[in-house]
Ligand binder design. Structure first.
Ligand code: ZN
Length: 93
């Protein structure tokens, strides 16, 4: 297991693609995007979706390690269901 894999496991980020780390004093920003390329549609329950748009970038507190505060930074994707045509937003913290 590489150090990076260990980090991702330790941080519970296995479901994410991790872009990069940025240190700002005691804050560590981790750039993430969900790994999966479709969404689960809450309207029809199917795993379907065309990428509709990206939401604004957000910064979410993740956890504290030692004296560092870890944040996830990323944009939620909005999907359009293939069958029902409705738009929905993916879920992550
Ligand atoms: Zn749907």
């Amino acid at each position: 297991m590489s150090i990076r894999d260990f980090m991702l496991k330790f941080l519970n980020l296995q479901g994410y693609k991790v872009g990069g780390l940025e240190y700002r004093g005691k804050e560590v920003l981790i750039r993430v995007e969900l790994r999966r390329m479709t969404g689960s549609c809450p309207h029809c329950g199917k795993r379907c979706g065309y990428l509709h748009q990206y939401q604004k970038e957000r910064k979410v507190w993740h956890k504290v390690i030692g004296e560092h505060r870890i944040y996830l930074v990323g944009r939620k994707r909005r999907w359009r269901g293939k069958r029902c045509g409705k738009v929905f937003t993916e879920e992550w913290p």
